[in-house]
Design a protein around this ligand. Structure first.
Ligand SMILES: *Cc1c(COP(=O)(O)O)cnc(C)c1O
Length: 400
């Protein structure tokens, strides 16, 4: 089979919801992937930010193999060793919480939204403030929390009770608060929205607003969590604690798992048996994989490594900015980095791929660069070399 044959299967049988890249990836290892024709790529947006510790990490592969031989799935009415251990793992990494496991980021958002609604019920509050350019997933509740018109389009009527403030603008939040407001929901670093980093004043200000009004501060760490920014969870850069945190993407290194974690201070008495559920949520297989992810991060000291590689990468991106006027800004925290361009970035992404480097473009002009946390300086140098070549050959404004 060739890539063309797979493309044919897609045009015949797959609903066209994704922009299709004409590359069929069949193998991955660390920061590298290979396509059906055997071409090798450096993956600097591994698995859409899922393969946070690189593709097919041997410890994760072994954990999955080992667990699959014992038992893959049990009903959530029975006790599950791995689920209990994984929930504890999230707590001991700094967020004292109780956890509900689901299968994706969108479901984690749904869970957080449902928790907030129940939490507000006694006081008649249900409105959630989220942010423009946010991204919380594609299910009805999660996509309504997502503050982007293009994602809502054509799906009316949307659920009620969502309002959108401007990111990093406390006054815009205050202006939306009324006696129905129960929660503020945000990504500490907006991913889809273009790697936009919440300021210290903003995050601390939101915490204070929520404290003053007994509202929930809910952080979506689906993309920023699990070490990506150099802390296990990105909120830990801000010297605050949220009331709810969502996780998914790199939590399972590729197996479908999501979670929402509720702080012990607010957890009691809100969700009761029968109030929420998921058949697959947190089954032994996916929890075994996620436990292996936490272990790898600890064993390999990947938080420290992420800080070091992140500053090395950002320095290099800033050097590119000096040389190429098409780059308006280079920014990032840990290994969650971006180049803001003065031009649409799609041609750059295509040209980089043709030379063996996978990166992502979001919000039209933002190039998202999120290497695996296991990346080395050597691989960063190699990738940046490709980016340099591509930028030097790029004729901004032209059709290329
Ligand atoms: C990807 C993402 C989601 C949605 O996750 P899915 O697993 O695709 O449902 C939610 N929030 C953030 C911040 C994300 O990056």
């Amino acid at each position: 089979m060739k890539t063309q044959d797979i493309q044919h299967l897609y045009s015949e049988y797959i609903l066209p919801t994704y922009t299709q890249i004409p590359v069929c990836l069949v193998k991955g290892k660390g920061s590298r992937v290979w396509d059906l024709e055997g071409r090798e790529y450096i993956d600097f947006f591994p698995g859409w930010a899922v393969s946070g510790i690189g593709h097919c990490h041997p410890d994760v592969v072994n954990a999955i193999k080992h667990q699959a031989r014992k038992i893959i799935h049990i009903s959530n009415n029975f006790l599950n060793v791995k689920q209990g251990e994984l929930a504890r793992e999230i707590s001991v990494n700094g967020f004292p919480c109780k956890v509900f496991f689901c299968n994706s980021g969108a479901e984690a958002s749904e869970g957080a939204i449902k928790f907030a609604r129940r939490f507000g019920q006694k006081t008649g509050r249900f409105e959630i403030i989220s942010f423009r350019k946010s991204f919380h997933g594609r299910t009805l509740g999660a996509m309504t929390a997502t503050g982007q018109e293009r994602i809502h389009q054509g799906f009316d009527p949307l659920p009620q009770g969502f309002r959108y403030a401007e990111f990093n603008d406390l006054n815009s939040v205050k202006a939306l608060i009324n006696d129905k407001t129960v929660a503020v929901f945000l990504e500490p670093v907006q991913g889809e929205g273009g790697v936009r980093i919440a300021s210290q004043e903003f995050m601390k200000g939101l915490r204070k607003i929520c404290d003053d009004r007994n509202m929930l501060l809910m952080v979506d760490e689906v993309q920023s969590g699990m070490g990506r920014t150099g802390k296990m969870f990105a909120y830990q850069h801000y010297d605050i604690e949220p009331d709810i945190m969502t996780l998914a993407k790199s939590l399972g290194a590729g197996v479908p798992i999501g979670a929402f974690a509720v702080h012990r201070k607010v957890e009691a008495g809100v969700l009761t048996p029968g109030s929420h559920g998921s058949t697959y949520g947190g089954n032994p297989l996916v929890c075994a994989a996620a436990l292996a992810v936490f272990k790898v991060i600890r064993k390999k000291n990947l938080l420290k490594h992420t800080v070091e590689m992140g500053s090395y990468l950002l320095e290099k991106l800033k050097a590119l900015q000096v040389r190429y006027p098409v780059i308006a800004e280079a920014r990032g925290v840990g290994l969650m980095c971006a180049l803001e361009l003065n031009e649409p970035g799609a041609p750059l992404v295509d040209a980089a791929r043709a030379k063996g480097l996978l990166i992502n473009c979001t919000q039209e002009k933002t190039i998202r660069i999120m290497p695996a946390m296991t990346v080395s300086k050597r691989v960063i140098d190699q990738a940046l070399g490709i980016l340099d070549t591509v930028l030097s050959e790029w004729k901004p404004g032209g059709t290329r």
